[in-house]
Design a protein around this ligand. Structure first.
Ligand SMILES: [Zn+2]
Length: 137
């Protein structure tokens, strides 16, 4: 299985992550209802106490995002966040985090400044992160 992502959304995640550096950026990935192509991204403020090594969605923005999406026949297909100095692999904190297993999990790595990277994961039934190939459309 591969996941399609609009090029514009890819660029937005890179842009947001670069602006937020050295803190972690976070947000959501949106797809039209009944479709698996991610067509839009939305920024959510990181309200974690240690923003350089973790993220937590602003709770009010997170709730509002659900309303915003449903009014536009969009589904929250996943979330994204950045790793300012680490590889694009789930950290122990990411693994420990409780999340809906159906959500996609995009990680933007700023570790290699000349080749920023985004990797996409989803949890399997054992709650392990599985990497999915990402196709830009
Ligand atoms: Zn992380």
């Amino acid at each position: 299985m591969q996941i399609s992502l609009k090029q514009s959304c890819y660029q937005q995640m890179i842009q947001h992550s670069t602006e937020a550096f050295p803190e972690e950026a976070c947000g959501i990935l949106l797809a039209p209802d009944g479709d698996s192509t991610i067509t839009a991204c939305m920024r959510i403020d990181n309200v974690h106490e240690q923003k350089t090594s973790a993220f937590r969605f602003d709770p009010e923005q997170w709730v509002n995002a659900h309303y915003w999406a449903s009014r536009r026949q969009l589904t929250i297909a996943g979330i994204y966040h950045s790793h300012p100095t680490a590889e694009a692999v789930p950290s122990s904190r990411d693994v420990a985090g409780l999340l809906d297993s159906q959500l996609l999990y995009a990680i933007v790595s700023l570790k290699q400044k000349d080749s920023l990277q985004i990797k996409l994961y989803r949890r399997n039934v054992q709650n392990q992160f599985i990497n999915y190939p990402l196709v830009l459309t």
